[in-house]
Design a protein around this ligand. Structure first.
Ligand code: SF4
Length: 315
């Protein structure tokens, strides 16, 4: 459904400084699968997701949606053309909903993209979708501020899914919500995934949530995907030292992860992706770093469909 080939996004900071937000990333999202994209804040996950739906330009590489190469810079006409197929669920449900519009106005905008104009028919569709996402049809006359954070995210989910897009980027859709509400939203997305055969890129920093909803998992660090494979394989058999540390730092108690937990927690803060050197980006935090880590780590196929980039794996 979506293929990224050597995609990069750099931000110029002036005085010759360049922030490598996404650097030479390749990734495939097959139809009717969910790929979870995990990593700490500042790893480039959201920038990657926003490039796919045209909210960021890209500097190098190709992004293909089915057989189309998506434009590196979306013009207004491209946004209209692809909005029907590529949608996004945002992190902050309040900021992404216009406070001056009722729920009906917000959701009918999506339906108009499909060419619908009949108010009665749109009202019926919106009522059905509000029920589907766990709200009440009467809610369509209300404004965003009249809802809780979880309810607003349900409206955001309805807005993205009601036009039946082929692909949806979920950009940390639960991180702004209370823990109890996070589980409800994840369960709703998992249920809709099964029912509608959704194709999702699910971005989050909570590994256990990502594992729960995703078929495959990709781990990002300072603009690079450093490990990718089937979710259970990555979670229970992590190969890259960063993935091992990330899982060891995961707060959810789970006896199956005992081996990974024996690894010491990740130390220090993620560093800056400004003018990075050629070597492994994780070297300054990696307990296993050696002199060879000043050169680019090779990408190694660990097992079928499971890859990781680390010098240790090539030995
Ligand atoms: Fe650690 Fe070196 Fe592997 Fe990077 S390449 S993760 S620094 S061992």
């Amino acid at each position: 459904m979506i293929t990224l080939q050597n995609v990069s996004k750099y931000f110029s900071l002036g005085r010759g400084q360049q922030l490598h937000a996404v650097d030479d990333v390749s990734l495939t999202v097959a139809a009717e699968t969910v790929v979870g994209l995990v990593g700490e804040s500042g790893s480039g996950k959201s920038t990657l997701g926003r490039m796919i739906v045209g909210l960021h330009t890209r500097d190098t590489g190709e992004i293909c949606y089915q057989n189309d190469v998506l434009p590196a810079r979306f013009r207004p006409v491209d946004h209209v053309r692809y909005a029907r197929h590529l949608q996004m669920i945002f992190q902050d449900p309040y900021a992404s909903l216009n406070p001056r519009m009722t729920v009906f106005d917000i959701l009918s905008e999506s339906l108009r993209l499909q060419g619908q104009t009949d108010t009665r028919a749109m009202s019926d569709t919106i009522a059905d979708w509000l029920t589907t996402v766990g709200l009440h049809p009467d809610h369509m006359t209300r404004y965003p501020h009249e809802f809780s954070g979880g309810q607003r995210q349900r409206i955001g989910i309805a807005r993205a899914l009601m036009i039946e897009p082929d692909f949806v980027v979920c950009d940390e859709p639960i991180s702004a919500l209370d823990v109890s509400v996070q589980a409800q939203i994840i369960n709703l997305l998992a249920e809709l995934k099964e029912r509608m055969g959704l194709t999702l890129l699910f971005i989050a920093h909570d590994l256990s949530m990502v594992r729960y909803i995703s078929d495959r998992m990709a781990v990002m660090y300072l603009g690079k995907i450093i490990e990718e494979g089937p979710s259970d394989e990555v979670f229970f058999n992590p190969q890259h030292p960063y993935t091992q540390l990330l899982i060891a730092s995961n707060p959810e108690p789970d006896p199956d992860t005992e081996r990974a937990r024996s690894v010491e927690p990740i130390r220090g803060e993620i560093t800056s992706p400004v003018n990075p050197g050629p070597g492994c980006r994780f070297a300054d935090r990696c307990p296993k770093a050696s002199s060879q880590c000043t050169t680019p780590p090779p990408e190694v196929i660990v097992s079928e469909g499971h890859r990781a980039s680390c010098h240790l794996l090539a030995e």
